[in-house]
Design a binder for this molecule. Structure first.
Ligand code: G6P
Length: 364
C-alpha cells in the first residue's frame, strides 16, 4: 500500500509522531499488559552465556542500549559490534553465545553476512527486524519482530525506538528467565515499559521548545551530545541524526569522557546537548555541564522539570517528561529526533532523502 505524508511536511516528521503507536505495538509483541508479565521467548535465556549483537548505523546504537539492559536487568553479558568490523576481524565467539542481528530492513549486507557467519560457527541466532519477510528474518532461527510499520525517511526514527522497545522487553524476559527479576519487579518493569507510549506522546509536546532552540543550533558548525548510562548510546544516535539530515558535524560522547578530549573543543560557538534524565547519575552529568558552561560553551540541557539546576551561565533547559530509568532511552529519543529534524528544516536540507545516504545498504 502507498504510504502518504498526510498532514505532515516530511515522512520523518510523520514517523516521529507515529512512535506512541509503533512502540505500543512492539511492546505488545513481547509483554502482556493485562498480566504484567514478559512473554516466554523461543530462546532459553537461562541456557545462554552471552549475547553478541551485530548491527549498522542507528540499529547499532539501539543494540548498545540493549546491551546496557541485558547486563543490568538480566546479568547477561552482552557485546555489541558494528557488523562491518565483526564480519572480517575473525572474532572469538564461544559456544554459549546467542548472536542477534538488529536491522530495520533485514537486508543490510554486512549485518546479514555477520549473521550467516555466526550460524556457520554453530551459534544460536536471532534477528530483531522490522521487515518480517527479509533475508535476516529468514536466515535467523528466531525472529524477533519490531512493529514500526514501513519507514520511508532515510534517517531512522520509529524503527529505532521499536528496536529499543523490543530489546528492553527482551532484557526483562531474560531477567525473569535467569531468576534475576522476581515477580514483583517483573510487574513493575512491564508497567514501566507500557508507560512509554504515553510519555512519548508527552515528549512530542516538546515540539515548540525544541524548535525555538534550533534557530541557534542551525548556525553551529559542531555540536557535542553528552549522556551517561543508556543516554550515552542515545547521545551517539543524536549526533548521527544531526549529521545525517542537517550536515552539521556532531559527536556523541559519554559525559564522563568529556575531560579526556572533547572539552578542548568547547567555545562559545560549540553547543553541547545534554541528555539528563533524573536518574542515579544525574549529578555526575550536571557537574559535567558546569564544566562546559564555565568554559563559555552554550548548553542545552534536556531534563525533567524537577531536576535541580546545574547553575551555570549559558545553560538553557528544555523540560522532558519524568520517567522510569528503563524507558528513558525511548522517551529521550523524541527530543533528540526533533532537534535534528527542526535543525534540518531550518537549514532547508532534503530531510527525507539526505545527500549521499541510502535507506538500506545492501551492497558493501
Ligand atoms: C543505513 C540507513 C540507516 C540505518 C542503517 C542500518 O545507513 O540510512 O538509517 O540505520 O543503514 O540499516 P538497517 O536496515 O540494517 O537497520
Amino acid at each position: 500500500a502507498l504510504v502518504e505524508k498526510g498532514e505532515y511536511r516530511h515522512f520523518m516528521e510523520k514517523e516521529i509522531h507515529e512512535q506512541p503507536d509503533s512502540v505500543q505495538h512492539t511492546l505488545s509483541e513481547y509483554l502482556d499488559l493485562v498480566s504484567g508479565k514478559a512473554k516466554v521467548q523461543a530462546v532459553d535465556f537461562a541456557a545462554i552465556e552471552r549475547i553478541q549483537i551485530i548491527a549498522c548505523g542507528t540499529a547499532f546504537y539501539a543494540g548498545q542500549i540493549g546491551k546496557y539492559a541485558f547486563e543490568r536487568y538480566a546479568g547477561l553479558p552482552c557485546d555489541v559490534e558494528i557488523a562491518s568490523e565483526f564480519r572480517y576481524r575473525h572474532p572469538a565467539v564461544t559456544k554459549g553465545t546467542l548472536a542477534v542481528a538488529v536491522s530495520q530492513s533485514g537486508e543490510t549486507a554486512d549485518t546479514l553476512a555477520g549473521l550467516t557467519w555466526c550460524k556457520a560457527q554453530g551459534l544460536k541466532t536471532a534477528a530483531v527486524v522490522n521487515v518480517h519477510s527479509s533475508s535476516m528474518a529468514r536466515e535467523a532461527e528466531v525472529l524477533w519482530p519490531t512493529h514500526a510499520g514501513p519507514e520511508i525517511g532515510v534517517a531512522s526514527t520509529k524503527a529505532f525506538t521499536a528496536q529499543v522497545a523490543a530489546l528492553l522487553s527482551l532484557a526483562v524476559a531474560a531477567g525473569v528467565a535467569r531468576g534475576r527479576i522476581d515477580a514483583a519487579q517483573e510487574t513493575e518493569l512491564v508497567k514501566a515499559l507500557f508507560e512509554a507510549p504515553r510519555l512519548i506522546s508527552e515528549a512530542l509536546q516538546m515540539d515548540a521548545g525544541i524548535h525555538a532552540l534550533t534557530l541557534d543550533l542551525a548556525k553551529a558548525r559542531d555540536v557535542l551530545f553528552l549522556g551517561r548510562g543508556s543516554m550515552f548510546p542515545l547521545a551517539m544516535e543524536g549526533a548521527l541524526k544531526l549529521k545525517e539530515i542537517s550536515y552539521i558535524h556532531a559527536e556523541g560522547y559519554a559525559a564522563g569522557e568529556l575531560k579526556h578530549g572533547p572539552i578542548a573543543l568547547i567555545d562559545e560557538a560549540t553547543p553541547t546537548v545534554a541528555l539528563a534524565p533524573l536518574d542515579d547519575i544525574f549529578e555526575k552529568t550536571a557537574s559535567n555541564l558546569q564544566e562546559v558552561a564555565a568554559r563559555g560553551g552554550p548548553v542545552i540541557m534536556i531534563a525533567p522539570e524537577k531536576a535541580p539546576d546545574p547553575h551555570g551561565a549559558g545553560i538553557r533547559r528544555v523540560s522532558a517528561p519524568d520517567c522510569p530509568a528503563l524507558i528513558a532511552p525511548l522517551v529521550y529519543a523524541v527530543p533528540v529526533q526533533l532537534l535534528a529534524y527542526y535543525t534540518a528544516v531550518q537549514k532547508g536540507t532534503d530531510v527525507d532523502q539526505p545527500r549521499n545516504l541510502a535507506k538500506s545498504v545492501t551492497v558493501e
